[in-house]
Design a protein around this ligand. Sequence first.
Ligand code: FAD
Length: 392
Amino acid sequence: MNLAFSAAEEAFRQEVRAFLAANVDGPMREMVRTGMRPEPAEIQAWQRRMHAQGWSAPTWPREHGGTGWSPTQYFIYETEAARAYAPVQPHQGLELIGPIIFTYGSEAQKAKYLPRILSGEAWWCQGYSEPGAGSDLASLKTRAVRDGDHYVVNGQKIWTSYAQAATNIFCLVRTEVKPRKQEGISLLLIDMDTPGIRVRPIITLDERHHVNEVFFDEVRVPAENLVGEEGRGWGYGKVLLDRERGISAAGALRLAQFVRVVKERAAAVRDSGSALLAQPDFRGKLAQIEVEMLALEGMSLRTLADAEAGVDSGPRGSMLKIRWSELVQRITELWAEALGTDAALMEPYTGVEAADEMPHAMAAYLHMRVTTIYGGANEVQRNIIAWRALGL
Ligand SMILES: Cc1cc2nc3c(=O)[nH]c(=O)nc-3n(C[C@H](O)[C@H](O)[C@H](O)COP(=O)(O)OP(=O)(O)OC[C@H]3O[C@@H](n4cnc5c(N)ncnc54)[C@H](O)[C@@H]3O)c2cc1C
C-alpha cells in the first residue's frame, strides 16, 4: 500500500477543501461541530449541494450517476469533510439500497429510484429488524403473499431509523416458509405513502425521535417492486449488511472531528489551576485514543486499497465496525468528562441556531451507545471474525 498521495490527488484535495469552505455554511458547521445530529431535511439540503457539484454519490460508478472516485479520492473527501465539519450524506439510500438497485434491480427500478436518491429528493429507510429478529435476522416473520400483480404485506418492523421522514422503505419479507429460514426471504421496495403503513415513534435515551416501529396491515405492493428474484432476498440483504459495515471506514475518518472538539474544550476548561488538557491523566486517555484512531485510519486506508486492487478484505468490515464504534464511544465519553458538570445540561434538539456544544455533548454521548448495536451488534461482528478470519 502506497501511503503517499500523487500530485493529482493533492490537487483533488485542494478542490475538495475549496468546495467545502464555500459550501459548509456557519450554522451547518456549528451544528456538526457541537455534536448535534442533523435532521433528515438538513441532510437532504446538504445532498442537494453535493448533487449540484456533481458529487452526490462518492462511492458509485459513473455509469449510475456516481463520481467514479477511486477509494483514495473517497478517503481524501471524507478526511476533508471531517476537517470542515461537513454533514454526512443520506447513507441508507446512497450506501445501502442504491447499490443493490443498480446491481440487482430491473432497468425500470434503476430509472425510477436512482435519480431521486442522487438528488436527495427520496429518503429511504431500512426495514430489516423485527421484534423477534435482530441479530438473528433470518427469523423475520413479516409476510408478503403474492396476489395477482401485487404482494400483500403484513407484519412489523422495529428500530427503523427515520421512517417518520422517509419516502421509501426497503424491506426484507418472507414470501415462502421453508425449512431453512434463510430461504424464502425477498427484498421489496415500498413507497411509504402506501395505504396500510403505520409509523409509531420510539424516543431514545438522547430524547430524540430517530427510530420507529413500522406496521404493515394488508399493504399492497406492486410485484414490479421486487428486487431481483423472489426468495433470494437473504443474499441481497447480506451484501447490503457488508456494505453497512464498510461504512464504518467512513465513520473512522470522521472520528478526528470529535477529537478536535474534545481538545478545544479540554484546553479551555481549567481544573485546579491548569488546563484539563495539560493534566497527565486526561492527556494519557486522549493520547491513547488518538493512537488508536490513527491505527484505525490505517486500517480504513488498507481496506480502501484492497477495494481498489479488487482484493477481498475478508471480515475487515466487521473489524472496522468494532474498532470505530468502540472508539467513538470512548471519545464522546471523554467529551462529557471534559465538560464536567456542564455535561449534565441536556437540551432537546433546537435546530441549526444553537452553537454551544454543552447542551448537545451529553446527547451525542448517549446516542453513540447505539454504535455497538446497530448495523449488527459487536458480539455478532466478533462471531463473524471468529468464523471468517480464524476459521473457528
Ligand atoms: C438506534 C438504532 C437504530 C437502528 N436502525 C435500524 C434501521 O434503520 N433498520 C433496521 O432494520 N434495524 C435498525 N436497528 C436495529 C439493529 O440492527 C438491531 O438492534 C441489532 O441488529 C441487534 O438486534 P436486537 O436489537 O434484536 O438485539 P438482539 O439480537 O436480541 O441482541 C441482544 C444482545 O444479545 C447479543 N447476541 C445476540 N445474538 C448473539 C450471538 N449469536 N452471539 C453473541 N451475542 C449475541 C447481541 O450482541 C446483543 O448484545 C437499529 C437499532 C438501533 C438501536
